[in-house]
Design a protein around this ligand. Structure first.
Ligand code: GLY
Length: 394
């Protein structure tokens, strides 16, 4: 499982990570230009498959596509929207619109919680960037669909329909709340926001350990309320801290504070941030191993997707707190971005199946999508880059 890196790459990384210097405008622009080139290659590859979206590559480097039902379907349209936002290029807007349309039926999905990821990353960005109000009804319908999965007895939204657990809720579900808060903003109907806050409050109470790390899956009792089981599905073991789960939790509470200004969410985001930043197993380049407690550390894989989600969340968190705390969150977000921009993770155009970032881990225990590119790593990487660009603009 150990991957050894060439010495030049290691030296480059240690320089980039320890140099606390800002990423220059030139480096940022070059990274955005290369990302655009790469994403348009991927778009050209995928556009010939009607209704399909890119997912990853297989062991031979061949493109793996999915239909719109797969939970990641909204990320590549969202990546194209970010690249349109930063480039203003008409052909990128057209590509973003075309792939966004491929996800439209998911507004009616009620059999899982991923409708938030699928619709908000695609149609949410389309609305935000173009201002085209025809996207609003899709967002409202998706929020209605997601709301059908809320149960007032458990006080949360059910993630999966799964016979193994009565009412499984995964930490990832925090990400789907952004759809709900924006549905309230658009429609004026406060019920969506109320569900989002109730879910966030229940998760805050039940999903976290005293050290600020989170369980992956919490299963609830629909008769009495409260949880019956706290386990993992994608992590190393039940008491471990699965890296992407920690990233989803951090991002989720940063986003909920941004949207509601409730101090409890900010405090909680900072607690999760502290867990990540102070963890003895967080590597020097700040890109986590796929699980903070993977027994094979250091001889196991990093997860670039977790690093990208964290970078986006840390950069935003740095803007929501006082100057001193803000600096430490900015520094780690910046270090993560620098690492992801380095040749260790950032693919050359035409390589890596035309995805932007290398070395993500989907589902380690099933040996599924391990050490591959993933659309959500690219999406949150670009989101973080654009946040950084805005924050550091002179
Ligand atoms: N939401 C599924 C995952 O993070 O793998």
């Amino acid at each position: 499982m150990k991957r050894s890196l060439p010495i030049s790459v290691l030296l480059f990384c240690s320089f980039m990570t320890f140099a606390g210097s800002r990423i220059s405008d030139k480096q940022l622009q070059r990274t955005l230009d290369l990302s655009l080139e790469q994403a348009m290659r991927l778009y050209n590859e995928v556009k010939v498959f009607p209704d399909k979206l890119p997912r990853t590559i297989d062991q031979k480097g061949k493109l793996v596509i999915s239909n719109d039902k797969w939970w990641t379907s909204g990320f590549f349209p969202g990546t194209l929207w970010y690249l349109y936002e930063s480039s203003g290029k008409k052909e990128v807007e057209d590509a973003a619109m075309e792939l966004t349309r491929r996800v439209i039926n998911q507004q009616y999905t009620t059999d899982n919680h991923d409708v938030g990821f699928m619709i908000y990353c695609s149609f949410g960005n389309a609305l935000r960037i173009t201002g085209d109000k025809t996207n609003e009804s899709v967002i409202i319908n998706a929020a209605k669909s997601l709301s059908t999965r809320f149960n007032p007895v458990t006080g949360c939204i059910k993630s999966w329909n799964n016979i193994k657990w009565q009412y499984p809720v995964i930490i990832d579900n925090m990400m789907n709340l952004e759809l709900l808060v924006n549905a309230t903003r658009i429609s004026g109907d406060s019920s969506y926001l109320k569900i989002a806050e109730t879910h966030a409050n229940t998760t805050l109470k039940n999903h976290f350990r005293p050290d600020g790390s989170s369980y992956h899956v919490v299963s609830y009792d629909t008769i009495k309320g409260g949880f019956v089981d706290r386990v993992t599905f994608q992590g190393s073991h039940n008491e471990s801290a699965w890296a992407r789960g920690q990233a989803w939790g951090l991002y989720g509470y940063v986003m909920m504070y941004r949207e509601t200004k409730k101090p409890a969410y900010l405090q909680h985001a900072q607690k999760i941030a502290g867990f990540i930043m102070q963890h003895k197993n967080l590597p020097k380049d700040k890109i986590p191993y796929w699980d903070f407690d993977a027994p094979q550390i250091p001889n196991t894989l990093r997860d670039a997707s977790a690093g990208a989600v964290m970078a986006s969340a840390f950069l935003e968190l740095s803007t929501l707190v006082d100057k001193k705390s803000g600096k430490k969150y900015f520094d780690i977000g910046q270090a993560q971005l620098k690492s992801l921009m380095s040749p260790v993770y950032f693919a050359k155009p035409g390589e890596n199946g035309n995805f932007i970032l290398k070395h993500s881990v989907g589902f380690m225990a099933r040996n599924n999508e391990v050490d591959v590119p993933l659309t959500y790593a690219d999406y949150y990487f670009l989101e973080a880059l654009l946040k950084y660009k805005k924050m550091t603009k002179k």
